[in-house]
Design a protein. Structure first.
Length: 250
């Protein structure tokens, strides 16, 4: 999200859309106002760009000598800088592309994910299954409200006003079943081979976690119970294996 400060320049060629200026009203007209923003020639502010609410008389809202915050709306073919007092979005719909990386602030935590302010017209949504490669029971396991996050755009639908993001798309993929089978035991090495029972449980556990990440409501609760059950069974089997010795490649 942008936090651009007002700038002052002397050449129209340096002006770009959305640039923020602190200007002074030099003249009022029927169509709007002439504004001094530090250029060689004044910029123009149309009455329709003064407020998001309708303005019928420019004299009702502005006066000569008044300082105002303005943003560049566009530059006409003749080089005239057209301004707006309506702060533009940091990200407009046409600027949001699938696959791009964005930064934003967590503004709401829901059961199935989080809403993030990325400076667009609507908050973006990160589903719980897109927050991390690892399994989590709640979005609060990963973030808190007010946290700044970075994520990748995975869906943009202007008609439905929907933006979906993925945090895990920017994370390295975790190691596969071999690492899971070894668990957190420091004395294990890469020659460890899971038993057929372990392998079956690991596969079922991965499927259950994936289902939990996508489910909502009662279905999610059932999936979480299944995950807990499989994790308990897997740990019991590993305890027995530790007592009997590990499986190694010959």
């Amino acid at each position: 999200m942008s936090t651009q400060e007002p700038v002052t320049v002397g050449e129209t060629a340096e002006i770009k859309r959305k640039m923020h200026f602190r200007g002074t009203i030099k003249k009022l007209t029927v169509a709007g106002a002439i504004v001094d923003i530090g250029l060689d020639k004044p910029a123009v502010l149309h009455i329709s760009q003064v407020s998001r609410e309708p303005v019928h008389r420019i004299e009702d809202v502005l006066e000569v000598g008044q300082e105002v915050d303005v943003w560049v709306r566009r530059i006409s073919p003749k080089g005239i800088v057209e301004l707006t007092m309506r702060k533009p979005l940091d990200l407009e719909w046409r600027e949001i592309k699938k696959g791009m990386t964005v930064k934003g602030k967590v503004i709401k935590i829901l059961r199935g994910g989080i809403e993030v302010d990325i400076g667009a017209e609507v908050p973006a949504f990160v589903p719980i299954g897109e927050m991390t490669h690892g399994y989590i029971r709640s979005p609060r396991d990963v973030v808190s409200e007010g946290d700044e996050i970075e994520a990748q755009v995975i869906e943009v639908n202007r008609r439905r006003k929907r933006i979906r993001l993925s945090m895990k798309a920017l994370e390295p993929k975790p190691e596969e079943a071999g690492r899971l089978a070894r668990g957190s035991r420091d004395d294990q090495d890469d020659t460890y081979v899971p038993t057929p029972m372990e392998a079956a449980l690991l596969k079922a556990l991965a499927e259950a976690k994936a289902a939990a990440a996508e489910a909502y409501g009662e279905e999610r609760d059932a999936a979480l119970s299944r995950v807990a059950e499989l994790e308990k069974t897997l740990e019991e089997i590993r305890k027995r294996l530790r007592g009997n010795g590990r499986h190694r490649l010959n």
